[in-house]
Design a protein around this ligand. Structure first.
Ligand code: F1X
Length: 395
C-alpha cells in the first residue's frame, strides 16, 4: 500500500501566526459582536463575558454530564483535550469548541426562550439584504441571454468567489481593501469538474453533493449553480449539506437556505425564476437538505462516520466549498504546498472537488512554479488574504 503523506497538525500556540490570531483576537471580537447584536438577558451577558476570558486564558473544560451532545464530543476527543490550553490543542478542534461554547452561552441549545435563536442572524440578514446582493441578483438578468455553457461557467465562478463572503473573515480583515484584490486562481481543475458533470458520462444524470459553507452571498450563488445544473441535465439530483447549528459566524443552516430562497423569489426578474425552480426542486425531492452532526465536528473528513461516507460514495461528484471545509478535506496540517491534492484526498469515497478562496495557511496541490511566483510577489500573505482561489478535483 502506498504511504499516505503526513505533516504536523496546525496548533494555535505560536504568537504571530494566523491560527494564534484567530484564537487570541478573532474569537473575542466575535463574542463582542454577538453581545452587541442582541438584547441578551443578564445570564447570557455574564456567560459571554466569562467565555471572553476563558477562551483566551482558560483551559478546555469537559461538557457537563447532562449536555445533549456530551457523548458526541467525547467521541470527538473532548476527554483527551480537557485540561489543556485552547492554544495547545489542534487549532481546528479549538475553533470548533469555541462555537459550541458560544452557543451554550447564549442559550441556543435550550431549554428556554432563546433556544434555536441564531446569534449570527443579524449579520447574516444584513449581508443578504445588502445592496451588493441586489447587484449580484440584477446581474442574473444579463446572464440569462447568454449560452447555457457560458452561464454555467459564470455561475461556477460566482459560487467559488462567493466564498470571500465570510463574515468571520471580514471581522479580522478590516482595513484590507478586498475590492482592490486581483482575483487569481492558483489551481484550476474546472474542466475536470465539468467532465464529471457531463450527463452522457454514466448514461444518466447523477447526484451532486454540495457541502455548503457560508450563508448569504455564498449560499445564493451555490443555489444558483445547483439550479443551473439541474435545469440543464448535468445532474438529476442535488444534496445540499448545511450545518445543523450556527458555526464559524456565517456558515449556512436550514434557516439560511429558507432566507436565501425568499431573497431570490422576492427579487423578481431572473432571480425569482431561479428561486421558484429551486423551491419546486425541494418540493419534489430533486434538491434535498442534509444537516449531519459531523458537519460541525472538529475533525477532518478522513474520520467521517459510515453514513456520511455512504452519502458521498453515491455522488457523481461532491463539491466541498470554502476554507474550513478545505482544511477538513485535506487535513489541517502544515503541508508543503506542492503535496498532491489527489494523495491527501485519496481516502474520500468518490470524486471530490474543492472550491475555495484561500483564507488560512493550509494548501496542497500547487505546481512548484505557482508557489514560487506567489511567494515572490507576496511572501506568505497569499495564503490568508482571501484574494486567491482554487478549484481542485480528484476523480
Ligand atoms: O470556511 P470559510 O468560511 O471559507 O472560512 C473560514 C475562515 O474564515 O475561518 C477560519 C478561521 O476561523 C479560516 O479557516 C477561514 O479563514
Amino acid at each position: 500500500m502506498p504511504d499516505t503523506p503526513t505533516a504536523p497538525v496546525l496548533l494555535g500556540n505560536r504568537p504571530g501566526s494566523f491560527p494564534h490570531g484567530v484564537l487570541a483576537e478573532r474569537h473575542p471580537a466575535i463574542i463582542r459582536q454577538v453581545r452587541d447584536a442582541f438584547p441578551y438577558e443578564p445570564a447570557q451577558r455574564h456567560a459571554l463575558d466569562a467565555l471572553l476570558t476563558h477562551c483566551t486564558e482558560g483551559t478546555i473544560e469537559a461538557l457537563p454530564a447532562d449536555a445533549h451532545d456530551r457523548d458526541r464530543w467525547t467521541a470527538w476527543g473532548m476527554d483527551t483535550y480537557a485540561g489543556q490550553s485552547w492554544y495547545d490543542v489542534p487549532w481546528l478542534w479549538s475553533e470548533s469548541w469555541f462555537y459550541r461554547q458560544l452557543l451554550r452561552a447564549v442559550g441556543y441549545f435550550g431549554p428556554g426562550p432563546w433556544q434555536g435563536i441564531d446569534p449570527f442572524r443579524p449579520s447574516k440578514l444584513a449581508e443578504l439584504d445588502s445592496p451588493e446582493t441586489d447587484e449580484e441578483l440584477a446581474a442574473l438578468d444579463d446572464l440569462a441571454g447568454r449560452p447555457a455553457d457560458e452561464r454555467g461557467r459564470a455561475l461556477l465562478h460566482g459560487s467559488l468567489w462567493g466564498n470571500r463572503a465570510d463574515l468571520g473573515f471580514r471581522l479580522s480583515a478590516e482595513g484590507t481593501d478586498l475590492g482592490a484584490a486581483v482575483p487569481a486562481l492558483v489551481a484550476d481543475d474546472s474542466e475536470r469538474l465539468w467532465s464529471l458533470l457531463d450527463p452522457s458520462r454514466a448514461g444518466q444524470a447523477g447526484t451532486l453533493v454540495l457541502v455548503a459553507d457560508n450563508a448569504g452571498r455564498e449560499l445564493v450563488p451555490d443555489l444558483l449553480l445547483i439550479d443551473h445544473l439541474l435545469a440543464h441535465g448535468h445532474i438529476g439530483r442535488a444534496v445540499l449539506h448545511i450545518k445543523p447549528y450556527p458555526y464559524y459566524v456565517s456558515d449556512a443552516t436550514t434557516a439560511d437556505v429558507v432566507d436565501a430562497l425568499r431573497r431570490l423569489t422576492d427579487a423578481g426578474a431572473a432571480a425569482a425564476g431561479h428561486g421558484r425552480r429551486l423551491r419546486d426542486a425541494l418540493a419534489d425531492g430533486r434538491l434535498a437538505l442534509r444537516a449531519h452532526p459531523f458537519s460541525c465536528s472538529p475533525l477532518p473528513y478522513e474520520e467521517m462516520p459510515d453514513d456520511l461516507r455512504a452519502d458521498f460514495a453515491r455522488a457523481a461528484v461532491t463539491i466541498v466549498k470554502g476554507d474550513l471545509n478545505y482544511r477538513r478535506l485535506v487535513g489541517d496540517r502544515q503541508w508543503p504546498p506542492t503535496t498532491p491534492f489527489a494523495e491527501v484526498t485519496g481516502y474520500f469515497p468518490g470524486p471530490v472537488a474543492a472550491l475555495r478562496t484561500l483564507k488560512s495557511d493550509v494548501v496542497t496541490g500547487l505546481a512548484p512554479g505557482t508557489e514560487e511566483a506567489l511567494v515572490a510577489a507576496e511572501e506568505q500573505r497569499w495564503r490568508t488574504s482571501g484574494t486567491h482561489a482554487l478549484i481542485q478535483v480528484r476523480t
